[in-house]
Design a protein around this ligand. Structure first.
Ligand SMILES: [Mn+2]
Length: 357
């Protein structure tokens, strides 16, 4: 069986050897889960060419012994002091740390590691996390299948004139848990009628009325990994203008699915669907980015914009074009795509043809 954590540690060490530091402190718990599988709330890692040290307190020693392989385990409530003692004779001069730590924590580092050069590293592990391994992909696939099923169920639940946006959000959240989710990956967005013109309108007590469009943007956690999907449906009837706009965003979403593959630049990933929407006359009404990476976090690298960087096989990214008409309504479709060498695989399978409930 592949040891995915060992593989990630080796990727980490390969990236470490390209930095100017001799060892790295890892304190972000999501990154610690990624590298070790440890799920507790207290842990600090130090990784150098010579050592892998894992420090946690007495509450978690037994769990760490069970889960964390390939590290020297240390039980202490003074992780930094303990690490400083262990590495004292290692001939280390520069130590890297996550630039996102708090200022207070940085001050502690300055005291404990005063004889070292401290170097903030920006997104060091986040960059490694962009490319998912097989076990991560399998987990995200499962998370997506849970939201797919919840979407199919909610279609029968919505009763125009009776159901509120909050009712829909609660239904989706609960259904995803019933299908095995451990929670929701962000506050479920349910926005109907004029409220759907807000791209991220949270569910409110507004009753969903016949004649309105209804945008549902939701996702779950399954074994630490997220799904993120948006579907827009119409309730009662659909106007010609809504039908036309739905067709534009669906074409934008599909065009990106056809073109997305390893090697495509971030600029083009955003540009291909944006051109379709702009050519149709709605450029200014597509007011957000085309998507984002996802994995352990709902929003993670890569983000798309005017960058020459390009997609890599194994990235999982969203494809979410939308058009928002102020005061009227907004429509969005979002899928999760696994990038491959030859194209992409759509991980979200909920239907996208125009649905009128
Ligand atoms: Mn999204």
């Amino acid at each position: 069986m592949t040891d995915y954590f060992e593989q990630r540690l080796e990727n980490f060490e390969a990236a470490l050897s390209e930095t100017a530091v001799d060892g790295i402190l890892v304190t972000n718990l999501t990154n610690i889960y990624y590298l070790t599988g440890f799920q507790g709330t207290n842990a600090t890692l130090f990784i150098s060419k010579k050592r892998r040290i894992f420090v946690t307190d007495a509450r978690y020693t037994l769990i760490a012994k069970d889960v964390v392989k390939n590290f020297d385990l240390v039980e202490s409530r003074d992780a930094l002091g303990e690490i400083a003692k262990i590495i004292a004779e290692d001939g280390i001069s520069a130590i890297g740390f996550d630039s996102q730590v708090t200022f207070g924590f940085y001050q502690q580092l300055q005291v404990v590691f005063e004889s070292y050069e401290l170097q903030p590293l920006e997104n060091f592990i986040e960059n490694i996390r962009m490319v998912k391994d097989e076990s991560e992909i399998a987990t995200i696939r499962k998370a997506c299948s849970i939201s797919d099923k919840a979407f199919l169920d909610v279609l029968d639940f919505i009763k125009p004139g009776q159901t509120t946006e909050l009712d829909v959000a609660n239904f989706l959240d609960f259904r995803m848990r019933e299908y095995g989710a451990s929670g929701i990956s962000f506050d479920t967005i349910v926005a109907s009628g004029y409220r759907s013109a807000m791209p991220h309108g949270r569910a409110s007590e507004k009753v969903i009325l016949a004649g309105e469009s209804l945008t549902m943007d939701f996702g779950c956690y399954y074994n630490h990994y997220v799904s993120d999907m948006t579907r827009t449906v119409h309730v009662g009837h659909v106007s010609d203008e809504e039908r036309e706009i739905y067709d534009i965003i669906l074409r934008a979403n599909q065009a990106l699915i056809e073109k997305a593959k390893a090697g495509l630049s971030y600029r083009d990933y955003d540009g291909i669907p944006r051109k379709i929407i702009t050519d149709a006359g709605y450029g200014p009404q597509f007011s957000h980015g085309i998507g984002h990476g996802m994995g352990l976090d709902i929003h993670e690298f890569p983000y798309f914009g005017q960058s020459d960087e390009s997609l890599k096989a194994g990235m999982v990214v969203t494809d979410e074009p939308g058009i928002y008409l102020d005061g009227k309504y907004g429509l969005r479709i979002e899928d999760d795509l696994l990038i491959t060498e030859t194209g992409c695989e759509v991980l979200t399978h909920a239907p996208k043809e125009l649905i009128v409930l």
